[in-house]
Design a protein around this ligand. Structure first.
Ligand code: SF4
Length: 481
């Protein structure tokens, strides 16, 4: 477990990153390695790559840790081939065990390796059905259920197995799965989690969670994989099948606000730009007359603070320095040091903040403990006034689509008014960007996005009956054996 005092995000935690490449003649394991390296922010618990020569055996390596810790140069040489899929994981279903790392490699009726980002809301039902059919499991993730569904299906091909499985899987899934000959990539009919398609060299193709993974390997962005679409990468190039068009597109709004890397593009927009715009709109809608400086909470609040400064004319200054090397596996600090825990990650600069009225900008507040500590630190450093501005609405509802937020009761905005949250945090004023302004910043519409963690409007029917991250362990402890 990560001590709260060290993890300034306090949730939401990033989800997972997926990558797939079909590129005979290229060093696909290196491409996958660098693709995953660019997607490291989406999951830091485990990483894995599966690779194969065309028609050859699939070799998989996965382990707990960061991409740079999991693979050596020697490992990557052993993973050489023509096609590969890869995964970085933060657990949204199932605990942080090696067995739950991905890609999942199964060899039932057919051999495959699968990497998934998202969360199935009917995982328990699918699991029970598969167990009743005599299918065995080693892991406790919905991703293994998906892999088992595809590996055991009686369809003639993996392609047909996917086509039959998509209508049966409810929830969020951006998935890459390879057999010995091709890479398949598909998205749920709502397109909740992102996935894009790119080209590398003359005949190579790549799919990835975000465009930043294309940039790092020199691939060019072609288009997004559409909601409900299956694309197949093989010697024919890209084959597309629209398997199940969704009644309603529901791309995750929080990807724009926080999850995705600022140098990724979504909906045709550079996210860094959208985030700066959120700050500008916040300055328009919730100004702080007479403030001396705008201070970002690094790194998440930096683009928003820049936007607020631009919108208000108030200069932005670094009031905190962040230690970028505090990792999730940090040794627990013990009681005495715990009191000062957050300083391991943030240190305020009295020379910058002393005697000043500050506008402090961050992109979200979940539980509020860290925000409260940041306010106290700034006061201890001599700040005269602290005005918090958040470039997203209050988070009041958990995500069931692949992002690990706190439970509803743990959220600081749960059953609290903004004034009550302000009092809890202890700042002079607090304001959030409202949902309409977020849509204005991302140039998108509610009708094509999910904003359930803010609004409570879940785009998939039956979502609230879902049982949470440890649904499988809670319901079916035997699957851990
Ligand atoms: S509930 Fe929030 S985090 Fe989850 S998919 Fe919807 S917008 Fe994204």
């Amino acid at each position: 477990m990560v001590p709260d005092t060290l993890d300034h995000r306090e949730g939401p935690r990033d989800e997972c990153g997926v990558f797939g490449v079909y590129a005979p003649g290229h060093d696909v394991s290196k491409l996958a390695y660098y693709g995953l390296y660019a997607l490291q922010h989406r999951g830091q618990e485990s990483a894995g790559i599966a690779a194969a020569d065309l028609g050859g055996y699939i070799i998989t390596q996965r382990a707990l840790g960061l991409v740079s810790q999991v693979f050596t140069e020697h490992d990557l040489r052993a993973l050489s081939g023509d096609i590969a899929v890869g995964h970085t994981r933060y657990s949204t279903t199932g605990g942080n065990d090696w067995e739950n790392s991905q890609p999942i490699h199964r060899n039932d009726r057919r051999e495959l390796a699968l990497a998934h980002n998202g969360n199935l809301i009917n995982a328990v039902e699918l699991h029970s059905e598969l167990v009743a059919r005599g299918v065995h499991f080693r892991a406790t993730t919905d991703s293994e259920i998906m892999a088992a569904l595809l590996a055991t299906a009686e369809a003639d091909s993996l392609e047909e197995a996917i086509v039959q499985a998509i209508p049966r899987m409810h929830g969020a899934y951006s998935t890459v799965v390879m057999d010995r000959d091709r890479v398949h990539a598909f998205r749920d009919p709502q397109g909740i989690r992102p996935m894009c398609l790119g080209r590398i060299g003359d005949h190579g193709w790549v799919v990835a969670s975000e465009t930043c993974a294309l940039d790092i390997i020199g691939a060019t962005y072609e288009r997004d994989v559409e909601p409900g679409e299956l694309v197949i990468l093989d010697e024919r190039g890209v084959t597309s099948r629209m398997v199940q068009p969704g009644q309603r597109r529901a791309s995750c709004l929080f990807e724009y606000i926080y999850f995705a890397r600022p140098d990724s593009r979504m909906n045709g927009q550079l996210l860094q730009r959208s985030r700066i715009r959120m700050g500008e709109l916040l300055a328009r809608d919730a100004p702080v007359p007479g403030a001396d400086i705008v201070v970002p909470v690094p790194d998440s609040g930096i683009p928003g603070a820049r936007g607020f400064a631009r919108g208000s004319g108030i200069p932005v200054e670094d009031g905190f320095v962040k230690n970028r090397y505090v990792q999730r596996t940090f040794i627990q600090p013990g009681n005495e040091l715990r009191q000062q825990g957050l300083r391991l990650k943030f240190n305020p600069l009295p020379e910058v903040v002393e005697g000043k009225s500050l506008v402090v900008v961050d992109d979200s507040i979940v539980r509020g403990n860290t925000t409260r500590q940041l306010v106290k630190m700034l006061r201890d450093a001599g700040a005269r006034e602290v005005h918090f501005r958040i470039t997203a609405p209050p988070i009041r509802n958990p995500c069931h689509y692949g992002v690990d937020m706190s439970s509803r009761e743990e959220m600081v905005a749960h059953e609290r008014t903004i004034e009550e949250i302000r009092a809890h945090i202890g700042c002079e004023s607090l304001a959030y960007l409202d949902l309409d302004a977020v849509y204005e910043a991302v140039q998108g519409e509610r009708s094509t996005h999910c904003d359930a963690c803010f609004s409570g409007d879940y785009p998939i029917e039956g979502t609230e009956g879902h049982l949470g991250k440890f649904a499988l362990e809670n319901q079916l402890p035997m699957v851990q054996a």
